[in-house]
Ligand binder design. Structure first.
Ligand code: SF4
Ligand code: SF4
Length: 372
């Protein structure tokens, strides 16, 4: 297998094909600290792309409660157990990737979920698993925490789905790095479903083809952000294009959060696909758990987020403020602005003005209070 560079692992790794980076690579940053699991993103995606027959259990976007929520069931636990030893030597990955650990005759280490594993997203994931008697409370030997993890296809730089497809039906667009399944070439062998460690290709039994998130490419081509980004109630998402670390531009929002501040991290980078959705980790969660999920940069990312650097705060205040993808931002004089191709998209105050309404309006001599 050819050797390709993987900056998330700080080393080269084996991959089926030579590295062929796209002209631009689509990327997303999701701030997990702000997600409220309203599932608006899920519904926006579903009503746009997967509302037809055979897609009933298909959620190209899903939001799961960690640590006990999954879609499909236990997908991350299963692949991490299969991969076994995953150690880091500082920032360099010292274990095998899913490509390097592939069994003889396969391109990727993977597994195919049972059909039932897809059928009940979010069932019971926010519930305790036993009744708690009256006047009793739960006691556990560690801090209690959970958080919401929103997931889409990562439009990986080294897609496992693409490497595993025997029909060459999966391709990565050279113009924006979006990974797509050619429905005319797909024969439904589901090798992509087994290979993707994030389980983002999904099989449609009605068409006999696999389908997946298409990054809303018809919108991206018009300068507009994907539906899940546009509609996010918690304003946790921003889309743009990421440069490789050696070409990082501090005025590009993706580069700034991922490469400059290192506040946003890939999900399970040790798997080796070089995913392009980056997560600002939750600041209240056990760091050992988070390190397994987001790699060795977790403590730094959490400290950076907590430090409230004005440029970072300004950039985060632009999340959810525009329905376009953003390629440049500025933070000056208390205002943050987002741009695309040199055109200003939006300008927001970094600190929202807080207005206190006085109870007694002396001028009108009335009391103002809420009446229900
Ligand atoms: S719309 Fe935003 S806040 Fe709501 S679940 Fe999706 S990612 Fe979270
Ligand atoms: S997340 Fe899965 S489906 Fe998406 S590009 Fe990566 S390997 Fe392929």
């Amino acid at each position: 297998m050819p050797e390709v560079p993987n900056w998330q692992l700080k080393r080269d790794m084996a991959y089926k094909y030579e590295a062929k980076p796209p002209k631009r690579q689509i990327a997303y940053v999701f701030d997990t600290n702000k997600c409220i699991a309203c599932q608006t993103c899920t519904v926006a995606c579903k009503t746009t792309w997967t509302s037809g027959e055979g897609q009933e259990h298909m959620f190209w976007n899903n939001v799961e409660s960690k640590p006990f929520g999954f879609y499909p069931l236990a997908y991350d636990v299963k692949i991490l157990e299969k991969l076994a030893r995953q150690t880091w030597d500082g920032e360099q990955y010292a274990g095998d990737t899913i490509f390097e650990a592939a069994p003889e005759g396969e391109e990727v280490l993977g597994y195919t979920p049972d059909p039932d594993d897809w059928s009940r997203p979010n069932l019971g994931e926010d519930e305790v698993n036993a009744p708690v008697d009256a006047n009793k409370n739960m006691s556990v030997p560690h801090d209690r925490w959970m958080f919401y993890l929103a997931r889409i296809c990562n439009h990986c730089s080294y897609p496992a789905c693409l490497a595993a497809c025997p029909r060459n039906a999966i391709y990565k667009r050279p113009e924006d790095g979006i990974v797509l399944i050619d429905q005319a070439r797909c024969r439904g062998y589901q090798k992509c479903v087994a290979a993707c460690p994030y389980k983002k290709p999904m099989f449609n039994p009605n068409t006999g083809r696999s389908e997946k998130c298409i990054a809303c490419y018809p919108l991206i081509e018009k300068g507009i952000a994907p539906r899940c980004v546009q509609t996010c109630i918690g304003k946790i998402r921003m889309t743009g294009f990421i440069n490789p670390p050696e070409k990082a531009d501090a005025n590009n929002p993706m580069d700034y959060l991922v490469h400059v501040q290192r506040a946003a991290l890939p999900l399970m980078p040790q798997l080796g696909t070089l995913p392009n959705v980056y997560y600002i980790p939750p600041i209240h969660v056990d760091t050992d758990y988070l390190s397994q999920m987001f790699g060795p940069g977790v403590k730094h990312a959490v400290a950076t987020y907590k430090a409230q650097d004005p440029k970072t705060v300004g950039l985060l205040s632009l999340f959810g403020s525009t329905d376009h993808w953003v390629d440049r931002f500025t933070v000056e004089n208390g205002e943050a602005a987002a741009y695309q191709n040199g055109k200003e998209l939006v300008r927001v105050p970094v600190t929202e003005p807080v207005v206190f309404r006085v109870l007694k309006d002396e001028k009108l001599d009335i009391i103002r209070h809420s009446v229900t």
